[in-house]
Each structure stands twice: as C-alpha cells, then as structure tokens.
Design a protein around this ligand. Structure first.
Ligand code: F0G
Length: 457
C-alpha cells in the first residue's frame, strides 16, 4: 500500500480550542509578537517544538504507575540504566531532568575561559551552557549544510578538514572535547552519516581528544543511515545506534525527543573519573545519582520510550510524515530546507520574503503570519535566536534565517498536517504583505524565549 498509516491507535484525546483570526490578532499583540509568549490553549496546531511534546504509549503510562520511587537504588533506575547501556554501550549513566541539565553538568567540569568546543552545530542551550562556563562554542558544519536548496544525504555532517585545521590553529590543549549533534537540529534536522562519525573519531584519535554525541534524535539519525548510507540497509536500528555510539566517549541526551517522554535526560560516558566528577555536581544540582532530578516513574517511561523508538515501523512513519508535509510545500513552491529532516520542516525565510532584510528578522515575521493565519505555532531559528551584536552594536546575522515547524511525536494525524500545509501555502501566496519586525525587549542570553517585537513602520 502507498499510504503510510500512523502505526498506533488513539486511546486518549485532548480537545483543541479553535480561535478566530481577529482573536489571534489580539493574542499576538499581547504576546509581543513572540509565539513563545502565547498561551498554549490559544494554539490550534502547536509545532513550536518536538521536545517533551510526545504522546506516551499505553505501556509508558503503565510504567508511570509502576515506577519505583525509592530515593536510592530504585528498580526503575536500573531498568533505565540497562536500556541506555544496551543502546549506547556507555559505562556510566547519569540521569538528569532534561538535556540542558546534562550539558550544564558536563561543561561546568570541562568548560572554562580559553577553551573551545567544536560541534557540527551547537544547539542553543548547548552553546549557552558552554559560553556560561566561559568557554567558546564553535560550529564546523559542512558547506552543503548551510545551503537550504542543496539536496544531499547527510547535510548534518561536520567538516572534518575544518575540524583538523581548527585543532591545529587553536592548539589541542585548549580543546577539552569534540561534539557531534545527531540529527543537526539547528541546521535543519539533517542527519550525520556513520562515515562522518568515524572520520571525526579518527581526528579525535589523532589528537587524543574525547568525542561526545549530543544524541537527542539518535534514532531518527539511525533511520537515515539505514536508508541512505551504503552497507546499512539490512542492519537493525539498534545495531546502527550501537555502532554510532561505539565511536563516542560520551553523550548528552534530552529524553524529551527520542525517548518519547515529556521530561527527562541523561549524561553517559566511559571515563570513570569524569563520571565521578559529574555525579558530584549532579548531587548538588539535580539529585542522588539513581534519580538525578527525575521521579522513578519518569525513568520507567524513558526506559520504555527508548525501547519503542527503535521500532522501524514507527521511524518509517515518523520520517515519512515530515517528508509528506515537505512534499506538499515543495509542490506549492514554498522555499524550505531540503531534503526534509527528521523532526521538522524548516522554511527558508530569506527566500520566502526577500523584501524583508535580515535586520528585520524575516523568520519572525513568517512565524507571526503562520499564527495569525491559522493558529499554527512555529519557531524562528535565525537571527532572533542566534544573532549577535558587533562592537558597534550592529547585528551579526545567523548563517540562515529559518522557521521551524517541529512535529511532536505521535500527536498529530495526517489531517492536522494537511491543515498546516494549507496555512503555510496561504501565507506564502500572500508573502508580499509580510512586514519586518524590530525588537522592543531582549534578555542578555537566549533572548528568543522572552523577546518582544513590534512591526517596522
Ligand atoms: N541538544 C539538542 C540538539 C536539542 O535539540 C535540545 C533541545 C537540547 C540539546 C536541550 O535539551 O530541552 O531537554 O534541555 N531542543 C528543544 C528544541 C528545546 O525545541 O529543539 P532540553
């Protein structure tokens, strides 16, 4: 059959409240034209993030009831630990309340002034945690990955030559570790090939550097490897994941993505001494090492989610449903990051509205219009999120101006996605009407969360 159906039935539902266009106009103004500041109940289709927004399975909910809430040595911890070890082979597994807590712990130990941490592209919280420690976050994405229109299999790959040059120029003593983010969220949810992980590993070996994987969407990445990389077509998702993690010394994870839970994360590694230091910070900031900022029930749900994410039927549906939305948009001429990635569609706002200069944040303008038109919440991933100011106060724009529509896992059906396509296409057809915006408030760090905007006159 050609139709790929959702590989689940729906057992519990949540109503969606509908709003009118004129209601949405007021809601937007009250929220300072920042979708992050809109109340969730005023959203029709919420594609702000795929993080913590998954629908849990009946077995995960059963695990919630069955979780062992013992302070120390909980049975749920051991189930969770066993599952993480099975998939990653890492020796030490440290639960945290979410991904950035794992980052905070890791970089408070390895990061400090004068240090540099390369990645294909650091996610914003990773960058923020590195910079907060005083260290520098460096992005070394391959050139194709920066061009939304280029169609290539592994646009998330790190530029291995640039990595080598960077290490030579910086001095290996200033680099505590190298990271790779799979899939590359900030660069379109594009996958990283196994070959690239191996090549980065080889460079790390040459210079004696540890390699850490930011593994939030590891299973989606493994599915792309299976489909696109030679030699992996007959391998199970589990064995692809195991191979990928075998090249790494450690990992950070937000379980809110590919562990299909609403909260949770972990840090895992092979170095005993580093693990001990991480656990010491964990005890101060998160909790005892067998729960680390989570309830036993959360650990149970993560363990179950990690089992479910390896299901190829699920991954097939997941990746195809993102591609389905992409195909509809491409057919209508809407410019987007191609090919479609694992968890989201990324509209290319620079091409979408070329009449809005980057200083007037075209991505924000598109995100505002999507809400105004159909109550769809999307997220700017461009110069609002990543823009910096130079010494003269001039905006140094981000590499790309994208608008992300992230698809929550197992939440929306095909008709929801059809509706989203309709909204985007209508906004695109009226794109000359879009106006640029200016910031009226911004916080010193991670400004996109709380910024407020007004339209440029
Ligand atoms: N790394 C990557 C690649 C991420 O995408 C995220 C979160 C994190 C780390 C941090 O994890 O949220 O559990 O603290 N990404 C979310 C998103 C927020 O919308 O893409 P967290």
């Amino acid at each position: 059959m050609k139709t790929i159906i959702e590989p689940f039935r729906i057992k519990a539902v949540e109503p969606i409240k509908f709003t009118t266009a004129s209601e949405r106009e007021h809601i937007l103004a009250d929220a300072g034209y920042n979708p992050f500041l809109i109340k969730a109940e005023d959203i029709i289709i919420d594609l702000l993030t795929d993080s913590g927004t998954s629908a849990m399975s009946a077995k995960q909910w059963a695990g919630i009831m069955d979780g062992d809430e013992s302070y120390a040595g909980s049975r749920s911890f051991y189930r969770f630990e066993e599952m993480v070890k099975l998939i990653t082979g890492m020796k030490y597994v440290i639960p945290t309340h979410q991904g950035r807590a794992a980052e905070k712990i890791l970089f408070s130990i390895v990061g400090q002034e004068g240090k540099f941490i390369p990645n294909n592209t650091h996610f914003d919280t990773t960058r923020a945690n590195i910079e907060f420690s005083g260290a520098n976050a460096v992005d070394l994405l391959n050139e194709d990955g920066k061009r939304p229109e280029v169609i290539a299999d592994f646009k998330g790959n790190m530029d291995v030559e640039k990595l080598r040059e960077f290490i030579e120029a910086t001095g290996v003593e200033h680099i505590p570790m190298v990271m790779i983010t799979v899939t590359n969220n900030s660069g379109g949810g594009q996958p990283v090939s196994m070959q690239n992980v191996k090549d980065v590993r080889a460079v790390c070996d040459q210079y004696g550097l540890p390699l850490f994987i930011d593994a939030c969407r590891f299973a989606e990445n493994a599915y792309f490897i299976k489909k696109r990389e030679q030699g992996y077509a007959d391998r199970s998702i589990l064995s692809i994941c195991q191979e990928m993690f075998s090249y790494a010394d450690g990992m950070t994870m937000s379980a809110k993505k590919d562990a299909l839970v609403n909260i949770g994360g972990f840090l895992a590694m092979n170095n005993e001494n580093l693990a001990m230091q991480c656990r010491n910070v964990l005890i101060v900031t998160e909790g005892f090492p067998t729960y680390g900022g989570l309830a036993g029930r959360d650990l149970e749900a993560i363990a179950q989610g990690l089992e479910e994410i390896l299901d190829e039927d699920y991954l097939h549906y997941r990746i195809r449903s993102v591609e389905y939305l992409g195909d509809k948009l491409i057919e209508a001429g809407v410019p987007l990051m191609r090919p479609t990635g694992g968890h989201a569609i990324y509209l290319d706002a620079k091409t979408f509205c070329p009449h809005i200069p980057v200083e007037q944040y075209p991505g924000q303008s598109v995100a505002i219009a999507l809400y105004q038109k159909g109550g769809v919440r999307a997220c700017e991933i461009g110069s609002v999120m990543f823009g910096k100011y130079d010494e003269n106060g001039q905006l140094v724009p981000a590499a790309m101006e994208l608008v992300r529509l992230a698809i929550p896992r197992r939440v929306y059906t095909q008709s929801h996605i059809d509706y989203v396509a309709e909204v985007i296409i209508e906004v695109f057809q009226e794109r000359e009407k879009l106006r640029g915006v200016k910031l009226t408030y911004e916080a010193p760090m991670l400004r996109h969360f709380t910024a407020r905007f007004a339209f440029v006159e």
